[in-house]
Ligand binder design. Structure first.
Ligand SMILES: Nc1nc2c(c(=O)[nH]1)N[C@H]1C(S)=C(S)[C@@H](COP(=O)(O)O)O[C@H]1N2
Ligand SMILES: [Mo]
Length: 420
């Protein structure tokens, strides 16, 4: 495995201190508005406009999403669509675009690749702003990479349903994740062509979708600073998903892919990238995407970076399973840290565990498919927990440590079924 580069940890500590002292610059938002957001984030209540309590019922349609959302594949939650994990059972390692979850702060914009431009600008460049057309980007050397995109709030609803805790945000179960083969240009190549200077510290990609209004505050367009160390490492400006041009809902014509990191880092419909010689703040690395709550400082934890460890069965919640017939239980486990080493499943609520068979070579920033046989004998309710252990020996805990916005749920999910 590749350990977390020390620069990531150093960056987090540094930003946190700068934020507390007010030394970092607010990009495109008033500092007082940012402070209001932070104050709202430390309370357990929902962030209005962006969020509904985790127990809110899903709605029927997401008007801002272009692709069809048949109910057997998706559960619509506000402006977002969650993949039904059972719909992944017939798919391979990669998630087809027709069943890849969608997380939209507003609505999917229609962008014609021919009119699109990427502008790279800011105090962290040696010279003036540089523009790239779609064709110019496509003419640069390309790389392909398999990576998941997973929302930081994936599995958030289990804070409420399993741990009886209130959190705010979209009430995802386990389906706010998908894995695809992305092709594009390395961000480092584009930044070098644009003349990134040695004193650049933050890189701020921004989407072309509408401005986000939350609680009467205009947060501006979706944008989240990336530390330069990550930006120069393994980040892609992707224009293809599973061998096809990016679909509109997933960022057409170009999006960021930031392997292993929280979904919000993967800015869709990117239109410009600010390269800055001073640290940057946006709502998405201050009030949002930090951990707030007991045990965290009032300004929150450091901004979230890597995703955590999770496991899910490819089975509907409450599914009926016939007694006395051999079942092949299947599922997937993903990790943004060290690759998954083992997955264990239990069919008796966690009393006895056995190893699942892994069906892929585990990698960081991706998931691994697994399966286990089961011969249910007793009729009635059964609880199936699944848990992964990564190569550092970290195992999913029984309880996740709560934070007000319900990010990074990593506990074992107890999947209930009925044996009939
Ligand atoms: N421009 C823009 N980029 C965005 C978002 C957005 O609303 N606008 N949502 C982010 C979030 S929170 C997530 S989890 C991922 C979801 O990517 P997907 O919709 O392709 O699954 O996109 C991220 N990038
Ligand atoms: Mo997200």
């Amino acid at each position: 495995m590749r350990p977390v580069p020390p620069s990531e940890a150093a960056y987090d500590g540094m930003r946190l201190r700068q934020w507390s002292r007010g030394a970092a610059r607010s990009a495109g938002i008033d500092r007082r508005d940012l402070l209001k957001l932070v104050a709202a984030a430390s309370a357990a209540g929902p962030l209005a406009g962006l969020a509904a309590p985790a127990h809110a019922a899903p709605t029927a349609a997401a008007p801002g999403i272009m692709k069809p959302l048949p109910p057997e594949l998706f559960t619509v939650r506000g402006t977002n669509a969650e993949t039904n994990f059972a719909a992944l059972r017939t798919t391979g390692l990669l998630t087809p675009a027709d069943r890849f979850f969608v997380r939209n702060h507003t609505v999917t914009p229609r962008i014609d690749a021919a009119d699109w431009r990427l502008t790279v600008w800011g105090s962290g460049l040696g010279g003036p702003a540089v523009e790239f057309t779609y064709d110019e980007l496509r003419a640069l050397p390309s790389v392909s990479r398999t990576a998941f995109v997973e929302c930081a709030g994936n599995a958030r609803s289990y804070y409420t349903t399993q741990q009886n805790q209130q959190v705010s945000g979209t009430a995802w179960t386990l389906g706010a994740i998908g894995t695809a083969r992305w092709r594009g240009v390395r961000l480092v190549d584009v930044l070098r062509l644009a003349g990134i200077a040695r004193d650049a510290v933050d890189v701020l990609p921004r989407g072309l979708d509408d401005e986000v209004i939350s609680d009467g505050i205009d947060l501006g367009r979706v944008r989240r600073p990336l530390p330069v160390a990550k930006a120069l490492d393994d980040v892609l400006l992707a224009y293809e998903m599973n061998g096809e041009p990016l679909p509109p809902d997933h960022g057409h014509p170009v999006r960021l892919i930031v392997p292993s990191w929280v979904g919000i880092a993967n800015i869709k419909w990117v239109g410009d990238i600010e390269v800055c010689a001073e640290p940057l703040l946006s709502p998405w690395n201050t009030g949002l995407y930090r951990l707030f709550g007991p045990g965290y400082p009032p300004e929150g934890s450091a901004p979230l970076t890597r995703q955590t460890l999770k496991s899910a069965f490819e089975l509907t919640a409450g599914a009926s399973v016939p007694a006395h017939r051999r079942q092949v239980l299947t599922g997937r486990s993903g990790s943004g840290g060290a690759p998954v080493r083992t997955v264990e499943v239990s069919t008796d609520g966690g009393a006895r565990w056995r190893r699942a068979r892994l069906r892929d070579e585990p990698r960081s920033g991706s998931w691994v498919r697994w399966s286990a046989d089961w011969l249910p004998k007793e009729r009635g309710p059964a609880v199936l927990p699944a848990r992964a252990t990564d190569r550092t020996g970290r195992t999913q805990p029984d309880v996740a440590v709560r934070n007000t916005q319900g990010y990074l749920f990593d506990a074992v999910v107890r999947h209930e079924v009925q044996v009939v």
